[in-house]
Design a binder for this molecule. Structure first.
Ligand SMILES: [Zn+2]
Length: 242
């Protein structure tokens, strides 16, 4: 009895599947390298110049696109939510800190007469400096600080201006009892816009509105609401050490 050669057994199946397996591997390799797949290659060839997108198309492509768009939308929405949450947390924190500061001063019964407009800063442009940024010489003192840094009224007084003012950006002006007016410019936020303020009251936040190259407070001193004077000497005359 001759050995029975299987006609449709394992041996033959192996042979018949060998070639397609090879082809499939080569095809996958080629299309993996090129970033194409078979339907898109055929589609691109058929559509010619009308098709500029070499990526897969058809239902799979649409599904992938829809999924990617959904992912992007969800990511953008959660980024907005997180950022709103952070801002709210920061505002709540600074409100609590402000309340604690007032309570401490009240308990000590030692309210300062004068304070610096920002606590932590780097002095940049000074009064009288010349730069392409200003049409004349610099009319105040710049206190560089991160955007959002608290800006405080330097002394007791009344807010007489709180609005956008061209190159000054968002600006607050406070008139003090002796008639001197102090300006706080380039603010990112107004926290007070009118009424009486006390030395150290939180009135706004450092920003970069108006004509600036980076976030800072531009501080001016104007005796009798007239032309500006050198603000550093004025601050020192009020027992501050900027
Ligand atoms: Zn300035």
């Amino acid at each position: 009895m001759p050995p029975r050669r299987p006609t449709r057994g394992r041996h033959r199946r192996q042979k018949s599947s060998a070639a397609p397996a090879c082809f499939t591997a080569a095809t996958i390799a080629a299309f993996t390298v090129s970033g194409l797949n078979v339907p898109s290659a055929i589609g691109a060839a058929r559509d010619g110049a009308a098709r500029t997108d070499p990526i897969a198309h058809g239902p799979q492509r649409e599904n992938a696109l829809a999924a990617a768009q959904l992912r992007n939308r969800v990511a953008a929405q959660s980024a907005v939510r997180i950022s709103r949450l952070r801002t709210a947390q920061q505002e709540a924190l600074s409100a609590a800190q402000e309340a604690a500061r007032r309570a401490k001063l009240a308990a000590e019964n030692t309210r300062p007469q004068w304070v610096l407009p920002v606590e932590h800063y780097r002095l940049t442009a000074g009064f009288g400096d010349v730069s392409g940024l200003w049409s004349h010489t610099h009319t105040g003192q710049d206190f560089a600080a991160p955007s959002g840094t608290p800006v405080r009224a330097v002394g007791d007084g009344t807010i007489i201006f709180a609005s956008y003012d061209g190159a000054y950006g968002n600006k607050i002006a406070i008139q003090h009892p002796d008639g001197t007016v102090t300006w706080y410019a380039h603010l990112s936020a107004f926290l007070r816009t009118d009424g009486k303020v006390q030395a150290g009251d939180l009135i706004g936040r450092v920003g970069s509105t108006g004509n600036v190259t980076g976030p800072h407070l531009h501080f001016e001193v104007r005796p009798d609401n007239q032309g500006p004077i050198e603000p550093m000497a004025w601050l020192r005359a009020h027992e501050l050490k900027p």
